[in-house]
Design a protein around this ligand. Structure first.
Ligand code: C5P
Length: 223
């Protein structure tokens, strides 16, 4: 990877998993650690880009030398991404965003009662951040999503390129242990809007991130 291949470029990377509160002590979330997004942010920094890293509840320490913003919920993530995207050349959405949040957030701890053996939670849809970004995207801005899937990886990821108007998606099989969520290694397929596919080997998240940044740098040079 050439040191300054993305010098002068502004990049926004999201990482981690959103937390959707139920009451003051509980929340809904997922298994995202922030490792993949942090590796992507670090690889952009090494390529000379100016990096804003927006992280939802990461389990690890952020890389130095990036503009670091911490958020909790999907709504907070949306607000920060929208604001940062205005000045960005590239957005990589590696965050695992909750599709739904509790319809009501109780202001006191929800208590069990003797007669309530079951409990039903009402959830409402969260905004799709990438779909909102698609509505404000200018030509020349690159938007890259991630697709974490347990089945039908390539067909599900391909549909998301279209529905979210992406330039590229990083398809990630999260059904196998040792790669994907919370693991140190990963294996992904880069899928381009034009149909091309590149599958990586199982390797460290840092190496997967370097390959992503190389692909992006080449794409930026050619446009
Ligand atoms: O639809 P799905 O969650 O599988 O799509 C994954 C991609 O969409 C990721 O890049 C994720 O960050 C993004 N996403 C989003 N807003 C949501 C859900 C997912 O931007 N509400």
């Amino acid at each position: 990877l050439k040191g300054g291949s993305l010098a002068g470029k502004s990049v926004v990377v999201t990482a981690g998993g959103t937390r959707e509160p139920l009451d003051p002590v509980r929340y809904l979330t997922n298994h995202s650690s922030g490792k993949m997004g942090f590796a992507v942010a670090n690889a952009f920094k090494n390529a000379g880009a100016n990096v804003t890293l927006i992280a939802a509840n990461p389990l690890i320490t952020p890389p130095s030398g990036v503009n670091f913003i911490r958020v909790e919920t999907a709504a907070e993530l949306l607000a920060e991404v929208k604001q940062a995207f205005v000045h960005a050349d590239i957005l990589v959405m590696a965050a695992a965003v909750a599709d739904y949040r509790p319809a009501k957030v109780a202001n006191k701890k929800i208590k069990k009662t003797a007669d309530n053996q079951t409990m039903t939670l009402e959830l409402v849809r969260n905004p799709d951040i990438l779909k909102e970004i698609a509505t404000i995207k200018h030509p020349g801005q690159l938007v890259i999503g991630f697709a974490a899937e347990t089945n039908d990886l390539i067909s599900n990821a391909t549909k998301k390129i279209q529905s979210k108007n992406l330039d590229m998606i990083v398809a990630n099989d999260v059904s196998q242990s040792g790669i994907g969520f919370n693991a140190d290694n990963n294996q992904v397929t880069f899928l381009f809007a034009a149909g091309k596919q590149i599958k990586t080997n199982v390797e460290s998240k840092a190496k997967v991130a370097d390959q992503l940044i190389n692909i992006i740098a080449t794409q930026m040079q050619n446009q």
